[in-house]
Design a protein around this ligand. Structure first.
Ligand code: KET
Length: 398
């Protein structure tokens, strides 16, 4: 019966985590999956989340089905974070937002919606992008293409090529954009470049799909949402998927949101209805626990403020690790430029190592990074940064 089922080789990012967990070497370092580890190398539970958990647990509450769109407070939290607390677009009720099962769930619901209502649309992703972008859209029968983005030779964005590419796309083609902390390269557009991109999106009638999974890890909560807010200001219809996995350190709770910005309240209401139906067709409704934490932290003024501080502390520690790694590598590998480490934003650094060099780091030094040379800088700390720098210097030298 199952003779024709093909072998699944596993996911290049999640599979790496399994390999890392199975490695018994004491000095192993996990720089693979996009997860923030603290200075002690541990997955943090944020203080604001601990407080929210205490409130949820006392008294132990019943677990009803949530609405298909999730908790109203979760949805409101997503909206205010993405578009700004008093954004006119929210007051005008022009954004249809549902709570989703992580950022991945938001992408999936969005991809299904696009396949159903824009059946001829093609989705263009940056070259390179997070591998699952391609898998999710293709999994929903949306054809995927790539737009030029990163230049390995100069460790920078091929902006002119990207813009020229957008100029020849067709109406209703989807362009998947990373508002901040580009995955996997860490190289973002400047605000001026965003203005140009969004102008072309508007002129060509493209559908912008903004996937924001690292809000707060780049510059700050507001600047990281610049492309989203600018797009709204320019009157663009838009899809926005957001994830709380990283900035609330709630990976396993699977919390995120999907927002669709519409031209009118009436259209937003119909879009909201169809998003609900899409959810019903896939998983019916989201889980309670993570949604309750999001609701509490996002809507309690004090906890929200505490949360933002905690995100910025994570952001600053990553930045410090970038500088540290850069200075050790500069000393060890003279003649090679490591400026990219501090020019890139967010959790990831695209190191430009060859697949062979990445493989050597794993086999000889128990250092795990993705084979495309992506390193999760958030896995570095004062105890392992010299070890990693030494190992990188070693594989670069020989
Ligand atoms: N978008 C982007 C850009 C992203 O990097 C991730 C996760 C997600 C969406 C999914 O978020 P979630 O809320 O977990 O469903 N990226 C990391 C983890 C993974 O591969 O699943 C990563 O790139 O390592």
């Amino acid at each position: 019966m199952f003779a024709s089922i093909e072998f699944y080789a596993g996911d290049p990012i999640l599979g790496l985590m399994d390999k890392y967990n199975a490695d018994s070497r004491a000095d192993k370092v996990n720089l693979g999956v996009g997860v923030y580890y603290d200075e002690a190398g541990k997955l943090p539970v944020l203080e604001c989340v601990k407080t929210a958990e205490e409130r949820i647990a006392d008294p132990i509450s019943p677990r009803p089905y949530l609405p298909m769109a999730g908790l109203p407070g979760h949805r409101k939290g997503c909206q205010e974070l993405l578009f700004g607390k008093d954004a006119p677009v929210l007051q005008e009720n022009r954004v249809a937002t549902i709570a989703t099962i992580g950022g991945s769930g938001a992408l999936k619901v969005g991809a299904e919606f696009i396949n159903k209502w824009f059946p001829h649309a093609k989705c263009y992703v940056s070259d390179p992008t997070w591998g699952n972008h391609i898998a999710i859209f293709e999994g929903s029968d949306v054809e995927v293409g790539k737009y030029p983005y990163y230049d390995n030779a100069t460790s920078s964005v091929k902006f002119d090529e990207m813009l020229a590419f957008f100029k020849q796309l067709n109406k209703d083609d989807v362009v998947l954009l990373h508002p901040c902390c580009h995955n996997p390269t860490g190289m973002d557009l400047t605000q001026e470049q965003w203005d140009q991109v969004l102008t072309v999106v508007k002129e060509r009638g493209l559908i912008a799909f903004m996937d924001i999974a690292y809000q707060g890890f780049g510059e700050d909560m507001d600047s990281d949402a610049y492309p989203i807010r600018k797009g709204v200001e320019m009157g663009l219809p838009m899809f926005v998927s957001n994830s709380y996995s990283k900035n609330l350190s709630l990976y396993g709770e699977r919390v995120g949101g999907l927002s669709v910005v519409c031209p009118s309240e009436e259209e937003a209401a119909r879009v909201f209805g169809q998003l609900n139906f899409t959810v019903r067709q896939i998983y019916s409704s989201p889980p309670t626990h993570g949604g309750r934490i999001v609701d509490i932290v996002m809507n309690d003024e004090q906890l929200h403020e505490q949360w933002v501080g905690e995100v910025y502390a994570m952001r600053d520690r990553i930045k410090a690790m970038r500088s540290k790694l850069k200075s050790v590598l500069e000393a060890k590998v003279p003649g090679r430029n490591f400026d990219y480490l501090t020019r890139q934003n967010g959790m990831f650094s695209f190191t430009g190592l060859t697949p062979e060099q990445v493989e050597r780091l794993q086999s000889e030094f128990a250092i795990y990074m993705v084979s495309n040379s992506r390193m999760c800088v958030a896995g570095l700390n004062e105890n392992n940064v010299d070890y990693v720098a030494n190992a990188m210097a070693e594989v670069l030298a020989n």
